[in-house]
Design a protein around this ligand. Structure first.
Ligand code: ZN
Length: 82
């Protein structure tokens, strides 16, 4: 059986974005952005999930991967602080 899991895309990054006049708001993380913002902020909820996974990876990775994972963690943290 081939069930499509694709949901209608209201936003590329936010799972529950709703439109209110000229503003979009994410019901999951509360982030707001302009409707015509071509580069909306990423979902904080999703970023935090990603951060959790990265930190777990960091714990179990070998030393050759450490630097890459550290970079990725810093990047996600940057986005969260926007
Ligand atoms: Zn969101």
């Amino acid at each position: 059986m081939n069930i499509s899991l694709k949901k209608p895309e209201k936003s590329l990054t936010h799972c529950s974005a709703t439109r209110c006049n000229e503003q979009m708001q994410c019901g999951t993380c509360g982030t707001e952005w302009d409707v015509d913002d071509t580069d909306p902020p990423e979902c904080k909820y999703k970023l935090e999930e990603k951060l959790k996974k990265l930190r777990e990876n960091y714990r179990y990775c070998d030393c050759t991967e450490r630097f890459d994972i550290q970079q990725a963690i810093a990047e996600v943290q940057n986005k969260l602080n926007r």
